[in-house]
Design a protein around this ligand. Structure first.
Ligand code: FMN
Length: 393
């Protein structure tokens, strides 16, 4: 980020305090940061703190005659390599989507000729409201990058998506943004599978596994952020659909296989789902306890990844996932050759149990094995999206 200039717009959200840490991190990585704080933003963070951390004047008022003489608002909007809005409130994004310019922040955002990246933060209901989702779709359609918020407990006591991503994650997204074209995957169609499959035993029981779907959903979100058209084929999970992603829900391996075939052609496919290897012949009525342990008739499930690799309309890039509890790299290396996929991501589930927020992965390609640091699933997803963009370029 050396020498890059960032205009940071801080909206009036409870997470505004995190913008101080973001300024510090960006400056540590060599960028210069100029801050603009909305009137509401100043209720949460003071221009004084931001001025001290950025070592620059902080801008707050559109009608400041002295500034208009020294630095016009049009000039301010263009003297940056990237405009970042963090936290991006529901209100700011609504005004941006509508093209309203009624304060310094929104006027700069309308006047800028530079790329814009928003890091939203708000209450989960505000985030999920159709109006907010509509505004985000509009902003993405206008070429603005909108990061997915984190999920977790909120300051307001509720739980769900809407938390501001951690400053480290925003800084990483900014670094990626500054080093690459804004939407490197635009025009590409990518299929992602995620979650477990449920294989019925009888009308009330299933064979399942512990996959949460979080890594696959994060990958779908990161690919959509990078401009791809994403078809997400999801096993039974209770996760919200990432913005801009087409989601198809399935239960069994056979349904998942059929939907993957339906979704072709695609430029790439990332098979993250933990597909059950086996199913049993389903009993037509509930098996009774009194009848004793049932004799289950096991059948092999289709191998979706291997099947896709030999399909006549095979995507150019097919990526498999391997969740392993021991010798992850050896198992995954063998799996890559056996299945015929281009890359495999070995996921060491002995460190982070399935369902957690972090993963330690190894990326296995023709060129060898890369071991990535243990990090958040969203950070892994963004790094993988970047690698996919490079491979499809
Ligand atoms: C204590 C408090 C916390 C708030 N937190 C948020 C928030 O996290 N996200 C959000 O979109 N709005 C939040 N709001 C509402 C915004 O401050 C309000 O919509 C304001 O008009 C936003 O102004 P701005 O977009 O110009 O910064 C909060 C309001 C209060 C009083």
């Amino acid at each position: 980020m050396n020498g890059k200039r960032i205009l940071l717009i801080i909206g009036g959200g409870i997470a505004a305090f995190k913008s101080c840490e973001l300024v510090r991190l960006l400056r540590k990585q060599g960028a210069s940061v100029r801050c603009v704080v909305t009137a509401s933003g100043q209720k949460f963070v003071t221009p004084m703190s931001l001025a001290a951390l950025s070592e620059d004047k902080v801008y707050t008022d559109l009608f400041d005659l002295k500034d208009e003489a020294e630095m016009g608002h049009i000039q301010l909007s263009r003297q940056a390599d990237l405009v970042v809005v963090a936290p991006a409130t529901a209100d700011l994004m609504a005004r941006m989507a509508a093209g309203i310019a009624d304060d310094l922040a929104t006027t700069l955002l309308l006047a800028t000729d530079k790329p814009v990246l928003c890091a939203p933060a708000m209450n989960v209901r505000m985030w999920q409201h159709p109006a907010t989702q509509r505004n985000i779709a509009t902003l993405r359609g206008d070429g603005i990058t909108v990061l997915e918020p984190d999920e977790g407990p909120m300051a307001c006591g509720e739980f769900g998506p809407g938390r501001l991503p951690e400053p480290e994650a925003i800084a990483a997204a900014i670094a990626v943004h500054l080093s690459t074209p804004t939407h490197p995957l635009s025009g590409k169609h990518i299929i992602v599978t995620a979650g477990p499959t449920h294989e019925p035993i009888d009308p009330v029981r299933v064979i399942a596994n512990r996959s949460s779907g979080k890594q696959g959903f994060a990958i779908a979100a990161a690919l959509a952020e990078a401009g791809a058209k994403v078809t997400l084929i999801a096993g039974p999970v209770s996760l919200p659909t990432p913005t801009g992603v087409t989601r198809i829900d399935v239960e069994t391996a056979r349904q998942m296989e059929a939907e993957v075939t339906n979704a072709l052609p695609a430029d790439a496919a990332i098979m993250v789902a933990a597909v059950a290897d086996w199913r049993v012949d389903e009993a037509p009525a509930k098996l009774k306890k009194e009848a004793g342990p049932p004799a289950l008739n096991w059948q092999k499930n289709p191998d979706i990844l291997a099947g896709l690799c030999t399909a006549p309309n095979r995507p150019k890039l097919v990526i498999g996932f391997a969740a392993e509890t021991e010798t992850a790299v050896e198992h995954a290396t063998a799996k890559r050759l056996r299945k015929g996929c281009d890359w495999i991501v070995a996921n060491d589930v002995s460190i982070d149990k399935m369902g957690g927020e972090q993963n330690r992965v190894h990326l296995i390609t023709d060129a060898g094995t890369e071991s990535w640091d243990r990090m958040d699933k969203t950070a892994i997803a963004r790094a993988l999206a970047q690698r996919i963009a490079d491979a499809l370029a």
